[in-house]
Ligand binder design. Structure first.
Ligand code: PGA
Length: 250
């Protein structure tokens, strides 16, 4: 299946002045990792994050980008700006951005296309709310999110995309999806990608699980066939909590 990637999503946490030392700590505790280690930080922390990660195994990501190249978009940040800093990854369509910042499947698609065009690796987030899960429409909803996110993206490019399945009800709640629930949806995502592209193409795409992943549940989740990594919020802010998740990829 896809390459194992464990990515931290710092969200709106940590100061720029704390970033260099923290990335160095992450480097130390994840030395010899059997997976790609990524830290996604707020925009203003990126310069320090990239400086600290330079020449190490740690990769740096942003948490968002704008889909236009440049222009009158006050407060926005372009893919070129991220590339210029030396950023490798970018989270797109996190449920918090969909919920609070009017992100839609259409903007997710535009941003994914832009990231790929500029050589950034997009981590595209999809996931259902508790209401949607209880209504039994999880897979229908995920199918729409995936199909719209991958619209007009070639198979060659699709293989570079990382998909993060993050059930909204599990994010920051301490309520993790069971390994079976997570695997069921991740398997479904791979099947949809197989239909959109080809079965072998879908096998190359990294599919992460995210939502209260921690040192206690990571190994069980990561042991599932269709779970190739994690997008980690809370546990990515403490090196000692992040390291065991990376280790669980062994
Ligand atoms: P959490 O966040 O690990 O704190 O649940 C995951 C995410 O939102 O990416």
């Amino acid at each position: 299946m896809g390459k194992y990637i464990i990515a931290g999503n710092w969200k709106m946490n940590k100061l720029p002045s704390e970033t260099y030392d923290f990335i160095k700590e992450i480097e130390k505790v994840t030395m010899g990792a059997n997976c790609e280690v990524v830290c996604c930080t707020p925009y203003v922390n990126l310069t320090e994050a990239v400086r600290a990660a330079k020449g190490t195994h740690v990769k740096i990501g942003a948490e968002n980008l704008h889909f236009e190249d440049k222009g009158a978009f006050t407060g926005e940040v372009s893919a070129d700006m991220l590339c210029d800093l030396g950023v490798d990854y970018v989270i797109i369509g996190h449920s918090e951005r969909r919920q609070y910042f009017a992100e839609t499947d259409e903007t997710v698609n535009k941003k994914t296309i832009k990231a790929l065009e500029k050589g950034l690796i997009p981590i595209v987030c999809v996931g259902e709310s508790l209401e949607e899960r209880e209504a039994g429409i999880t897979m229908d909803l995920i199918a729409i999110q995936i199909k719209k996110a991958f619209a007009n993206i070639s198979a060659e490019d699709a293989k570079k995309v990382v998909v993060a399945y993050e059930p909204i009800w599990a994010i920051g709640t301490g309520k993790t999806a069971t390994a079976e629930q997570a695997e069921e949806v991740c398997k479904g995502i791979r099947e949809i990608l197989g239909e959109l592209y080809c079965v072998d193409c879908a096998k190359e795409i990294t599919i992460q699980y995210g939502g209260s992943m921690n040192d206690q549940n990571a190994a069980e989740l990561l042991a599932k066939t269709n779970i190739d990594g994690g997008l980690i919020g809370g546990a990515s802010l403490v090196a000692e909590k992040f390291a065991p998740i990376v280790k669980a990829c062994d």
